[in-house]
Design a protein around this ligand. Structure first.
Ligand code: UT7
Length: 328
């Protein structure tokens, strides 16, 4: 049975840097509050108009180049985003067209902050089954366009950034590299704790004066509490599946939602923060893009080397969470 491995990584973030202090234009906030509560110093925001699929395109082009492939070599596109260009169809088909492809299948998934981990697991299954050998997996978000810029939107508004990451997942017969296991979970009982409820198929929201628009809601404390617990469990299940001790893992990459969540997981496993790759200070929470952006930068900084034991884990809206264990 073939195994799936990541043969190329790419990333793209828009050039416009928004520092914490810049957010004072909308919110009663401070650099001190944002940095100490979340670890964020700045984030990237697009200049409008912008397209999530286009951000995904730039990241994909780099990933394909690194893999030494052209778009025509790709058997399947998986696009993870909570901020698609259109309500439907998904951004995957838009990316497919931008890549100059005719009929390559494109699949959108909506697993929010867990989108990349879910997508990697899906790619792994397609490759193990033998159905596909080369899959392009993209996590891309434009979130600056739907943030609530009213004063009450500050808790969510200061956290999120725009960006894209992409990987090429390929089949290999090499037993010494690739994805070893993945574990996925969700718990819809908490769907309303972190959501954008409108536009909705449940209501004619667009006909109600004043109510149309996307308004993110997050019960921050509740999400934080679950994130720490579930991310820790996701890491533990990956360790147990591989029989790895925590200290044997070369690099952990956890979804970048809040540096205090990563710190709590590191403390739980009694690991130094050096074992965890973080870049939330530069990009904020880029949702489905955060893990592939980390993969790209970790590789560029020499912190991911062939043969390294790696665990990826994410938690987010849904609630959804999961992990992947792999040999780089
Ligand atoms: O990516 C998906 C997963 N997402 C997450 O995992 C996020 C999880 N949640 C969190 O990261 C944290 O809960 C937050 C960073 C969102 C908030 O941190 P917190 O320590 O839980 O703060 P809080 O919501 O309890 O707010 C503390 C205080 C409040 O004031 P009072 O009631 O104590 O007077 C807030 O009104 O901070 C106030 N506050 C702010 N102050 C300045 C809330 N947002 C801001 C702000 N600037 N932007």
């Amino acid at each position: 049975m073939p195994r799936a491995y990541i043969s190329g990584v790419g990333m793209y973030v828009p050039p416009k840097v928004v520092k914490n202090d810049d957010l004072k234009a909308w919110y009663d906030t401070s650099d001190e509050w944002i940095y100490t509560r979340s670890g964020i110093k700045e984030r990237r925001w697009v200049e409008e108009p912008a397209s999530t699929a286009e951000l995904g395109l730039y990241a994909s082009q780099e990933a394909l180049q690194q893999a030494g492939l052209s778009p025509q070599d790709i058997d399947l596109i998986i696009f993870a985003t909570l901020s698609p260009d259109l309500y439907f169809p998904g951004s995957g088909v838009l990316l497919q067209h931008k890549l100059g492809l005719e009929t390559t299948p494109a699949l959108d998934i909506r697993q929010q902050c867990s989108g990349f981990v879910y997508g990697l697991s899906i790619a792994d299954q397609f490759i193990r089954s033998g159905m596909y050998r080369r899959i392009l997996l993209v996590g891309a978000e434009i979130q600056s366009t739907w943030l609530d810029y009213n004063p009450e939107g500050r808790t969510v508004g200061v956290l999120f950034g725009d960006g894209a990451g992409a990987v090429v997942v390929e089949a290999t017969e090499d037993p010494n590299r690739g994805i070893l296991s993945s574990h996925l979970y969700s718990q819809g009982a908490y769907a309303m704790e972190l959501c954008i409820a409108e536009p909705s198929s449940a209501t004619r929201s667009h006909e109600l004066p004043g109510s149309y628009g996307m308004r993110p809601y997050m019960n921050g404390k509740e999400v934080f509490r679950h994130a720490v617990q579930r991310m820790g469990e996701a890491v533990q299940v990956a360790l147990s599946a591989q029989g790895w001790k925590p200290e044997e893992v070369d690099l952990f990459i956890l979804h970048q939602a809040n540096i205090r969540i990563v710190q709590a997981v590191a403390d739980f496993f009694q690991l130094p923060m050096e074992k965890f790759f973080n870049n939330i200070h530069k990009y904020g929470n880029t949702t489905a893009a955060s893990i592939p952006i980390c993969l790209y930068e970790a590789q560029a900084e020499g912190r991911l080397k062939a043969g390294d034991k790696v665990i990826l884990a994410a938690f987010g809206s849904g609630f959804t969470w999961g992990s992947v264990a792999l040999i780089w």
